[in-house]
Design a protein around this ligand. Structure first.
Ligand SMILES: [Zn+2]
Length: 496
């Protein structure tokens, strides 16, 4: 079904499927979240409305009789957050397997280019993270991907598509071939070989082909491809309920191709995957109908970016707008304070202090980690990069193997415990930056409180070393108005 046609009309629909980790850092369990309604928690609700239905989307005729079931993931480009996949694999193993199957089948259909791409492990805004966290996030994301999909990822989803040159450099360092960005993130573009740049605007940028981004700071002029998605179409899918009618969606996609154009063109759409079924009821059925009937009828082939890139090397290049993202028109202000995106009329004054307090805490925790482990391992930060091995396989045998391989002292129960405690502390020191914590209007909301819980757990683990004093007081001083929320909702979790 739907092998790429010899024609030149391609569409790539990317779904970013993601929920923040919701597990209580003390128990490892997701607590009941009453705001999720009849479901136990938001993971469960969105799985029921979106993740599962997209793995077996029903196509019905006018009499509501089932004609077929489609695994949408086999025809989308997609990424899932690793922490969400941990949850999905445990709670819905059969549907989780359909994701893996979708990637395998798409790889067969598209000459080895599977539909799945990786994601920065715990969804932090990479340009705002220090170099050390950036590298660990990318390494953990890649390792997690390999362990699940049994192949190397060709790309890695940048949380909120947040980007700067440093972030792209890390992607290049790790052998990734392309990144997906919003059209508003292009600064200027030109045909490769030409000298004159043209300023880019989201409304005029030609998103029908990939661009090359070159790291001009490197002698070797290393590069990575960039795909800028079609802004109007993506907006219509994400916020205009375009997928309610697969026929209208197919027409709109068809209009994005110039009938006179001879060379091949890619129309790309990128949205949150939750659009299909959660934000937009039954959109997964519209999507399935689009993929199975409407697109083939118009001789438009659904492909993924990796396949398209292999066939069409960039003949254009672009520069990016530094420190931008797809869901804030003010650089990265949504995640560091300074704009009202997502404020719903409330004050967002808490966002800057939250970032500042966490940055301070991160640096303190790094110092504790180095002081605690300098006698245990050669290079703690390399060991942290490798700690994903333990997260992927926490069996006693594997933990033991991990310690024996990395430690420069006898791995006694005490020394092992000391190392593993600091590694867990560091894991939470990254989880506390989950971008969703800043996204909404209230520091007392589920997502921000989740970050505060991670911070509280990291503080607790650091204090157990006996090398950290006054961490919590220093953190709270910087958190300012957030202190009450921390004490009421985050810290009390520790006392149970
Ligand atoms: Zn903003």
């Amino acid at each position: 079904m739907m092998a790429p046609t010899p024609e030149n009309r391609f569409v790539c629909i990317h779904g970013h499927f993601y929920q923040p980790p919701r597990e209580d850092p003390w128990t490892g369990r997701v607590p009941r979240q009453p705001s999720a309604g009849e479901d136990h928690d938001w993971n469960a609700r969105i799985a029921r409305e979106c993740y599962i239905p997209n793995a077996r989307a029903r196509i019905a005729n006018g009499r509501n009789e089932t004609l077929a079931y489609v695994n949408n993931y086999a025809f989308l480009s997609f990424n899932f957050g690793p922490t969400l996949l941990n949850w999905l694999a445990a709670e819905h193993p059969e549907d989780y397997k359909r994701l893996l199957t979708a990637d395998r089948e798409s790889g067969v259909r598209l000459e080895g280019h599977g539909n799945a791409i990786a994601q920065a492990y715990s969804h932090m805004i990479l340009p705002l993270a220090g170099a050390r966290d950036q590298v660990t996030q990318v390494r953990w994301g890649i390792a997690d991907f390999r362990a699940r999909f049994h192949r190397d990822p060709e790309a890695l989803w940048l949380p909120e598509t947040a980007v700067d040159s440093g972030t792209l450099r890390v992607l290049i360092d790790h052998g990734l071939k392309y990144a997906i960005l919003a059209p508003s993130q292009a600064k200027r573009a030109r045909r490769i070989g030409e000298s004159k740049w043209t300023d880019a605007a989201a409304s005029t940028l030609d998103t029908g082909h990939p661009y090359r981004w070159t790291d001009r700071a490197s002698k070797a002029q290393r590069s990575i491809a960039l795909f800028f998605y079609d802004g109007e179409l993506s907006q219509a899918v994400a916020f205009g309920k375009l997928m309610a009618s697969s026929e209208t969606a197919a027409e709109r996609i068809g209009e994005a191709f110039d009938p006179a154009q001879r060379h091949s063109r890619l129309v790309s759409i990128a949205t949150d995957g939750e659009t299909y079924g959660h934000h937009d009821k039954f959109a997964e059925m519209g999507l399935a109908h689009l993929l199975k009937y409407e697109l083939p009828a118009r001789r438009i082939s659904p492909v993924n970016f990796g396949y398209h890139l292999a066939k069409h090397r960039p003949t254009w290049e672009a520069e990016i707008r530094e420190n931008t993202a797809w869901s804030c028109a003010h650089g990265l202000a949504r995640w560091e304070g300074g704009c009202d995106c997502g404020s719903e009329g409330r004050s967002t004054q808490w966002r800057a202090p939250l970032r500042e307090a966490l940055d301070w805490l991160r640096d303190q925790l790094a110092a504790v980690a180095e002081a605690e482990t300098h006698r245990l391992v050669r290079d703690f930060w390399e060991v942290r990069d490798d700690y994903i091995d333990v997260l992927l396989d926490p069996s006693a045998e594997n933990v033991d193997l991990f310690c024996r391989r990395r430690m420069i002292v006898d791995p006694t129960p005490e020394t092992k415990r000391a190392l593993l405690r600091i590694l867990e502390c560091q894991k939470f020191a990254m989880f506390m930056y989950t971008s969703c914590g800043w996204f909404f209007s209230d520091i007392g909301g589920l997502e921000a409180v989740q970050n505060l819980k991670y911070a509280a757990r990291a503080v607790e683990l650091a204090e157990e070393t006996g090398l950290a004093d006054g961490l919590e007081a220093g953190f709270l001083k910087r958190l300012k108005a957030g202190e009450a929320v921390y004490r009421r909702l985050a810290r009390t979790a520790a006392a149970r």
